[in-house]
Design a binder for this molecule. Structure first.
Ligand code: SF4
Ligand code: SF4
Length: 374
């Protein structure tokens, strides 16, 4: 099992698509969903309970999450010292990575760091100076010996040229990433669609950009014999190449991946904090291997690409923040992604047959925080 351990609800950034949207959507509420807005700001249960949880599931993977988890370095150290998880990971905005001693940073199996592309792009979404501080910290942890996987987690929306920004992150003079994942800012807020231009951007910018990027990805495989770890491509291509019949929700939310709130209640994913109807257990008494499971519902259950898509996002599926027409545009991006990769499968298979690459090169640690479907 995978657990996001929410250490704090506080954050030291004010990003456009999170803090900014929250300011715009002040009057919004969840029609039929009760939300507990009074969660403790910091983890307030006995961390010995996390160890008991892991003792009942020897495959237990813990990902520190927030808010910004690096605001809680003391808790991170205590947990890493006393909890017998199989692996530890962290999802961070990267601004405070220099606060945690290398002996702990170097124990992370994976660090997912938020960065949206080059300096102008990242600072536009995340605030001036963010890019410089984050890349300084990444170079620092590498110098200090971090050898785990470092994944760039991009949030993308209308200002993003996906082809250009992913290419930039792969190869630049500041910090080049070998693993990249991205997620669309789509379907998370109630009132944002009307004031945005998601329609035109997704159709004229993002979708053609994805097709071009898939072409580049396969060209790179052909020329260099290397499968770049672009997670949305990796996940879909692996399913298509290995003949996987159908995938459940690829992020694992609600069936293999859960989040533990600061008060110890267990929810399907971190974005569902406080949603009382979706409390699936509690750290005090739940057996991690017997947690309640929850799956996506309509419109996904009648969708003809559910098997490959997996349902994209449980939170979006349950809360239905965007109208069906608006969300349909998101589904069109999923369809375009799958089609773009499917078209290249014969070429990839040919390269595998020639021994240029192996199917194994498309493998990854599933549910590692990359949702696969952006
Ligand atoms: S494409 Fe859309 S409707 Fe279909 S499974 Fe994915 S999220 Fe659900
Ligand atoms: S894709 Fe949706 S359900 Fe899955 S982790 Fe992200 S927000 Fe949660």
């Amino acid at each position: 099992m995978f657990f996001h351990v929410i250490l704090t609800t506080q954050c030291n950034s004010e990003c456009r698509y999170c803090f900014g949207e929250a300011l715009e959507d002040v009057d919004e509420d969840f029609a039929n969903i009760q939300v507990d807005y009074a969660l403790p700001r910091k983890l307030n249960y006995d961390i010995g309970l996390l160890d008991e949880l892991c003792k009942r599931d020897l495959e237990c993977v813990m990902t520190f999450y927030g808010g910004e988890p690096m605001l809680c370095t003391d808790e991170i150290k205590r947990i890493m010292d006393h909890v017998s998880a199989k692996l530890f990971m962290v999802q961070t905005n990267g601004l405070l990575l220099d606060r945690l001693e290398p002996e702990y940073v170097n124990r992370f199996h994976t660090i997912l760091v938020s960065i949206d592309g080059d300096e102008a792009m990242t600072d536009f979404y995340r605030g001036k100076g963010t890019f410089r501080k984050v890349t300084d910290n990444l170079r620092l942890i590498k110098r200090n010996g971090f050898e785990g996987e470092l994944i760039a987690r991009m949030t993308v929306m209308e200002q993003t040229d996906i082809y250009r920004q992913v290419r930039w992150l792969l190869d630049n003079d500041e910090y080049s990433f070998s693993s990249i994942h991205w997620q669309l800012n789509a379907g998370f807020w109630k009132n944002d669609f009307a004031r945005r231009d998601f329609n035109q951007w997704s159709e004229d910018g993002y979708n053609p950009g994805i097709e071009k990027l898939v072409g580049y990805w396969v060209d790179y495989i052909e020329t260099h014999g290397v499968v770049l770890r672009l997670y949305p491509f990796l996940g879909i291509a692996h399913s298509l190449l290995s003949g996987e019949e159908k995938s459940l929700l690829r992020c694992g939310g609600g069936w293999v991946n859960y989040a533990i709130q600061t008060d110890g209640n267990i929810v399907p994913c971190p974005t569902m904090w406080g949603m009382k109807d979706y409390y699936l257990g509690h750290i005090n008494f739940s057996d991690p291997l017997k947690l309640k499971k929850i799956f996506v519902n309509e419109p996904c259950t009648s969708c003809n690409i559910l098997g490959l898509c997996g349902g994209r996002c449980l939170y979006a599926n349950i809360t239905k923040r965007w109208s069906p027409e608006a969300y349909n545009l998101v589904c069109k991006t999923v369809q375009n992604l799958i089609e773009s990769i499917s078209k290249q499968v014969p070429r990839i298979q040919g390269l595998i047959e020639k021994g240029r690459i192996r199917l194994k090169d498309f493998e990854y640690l599933k549910h590692n925080g990359c949702e696969i479907i952006p």
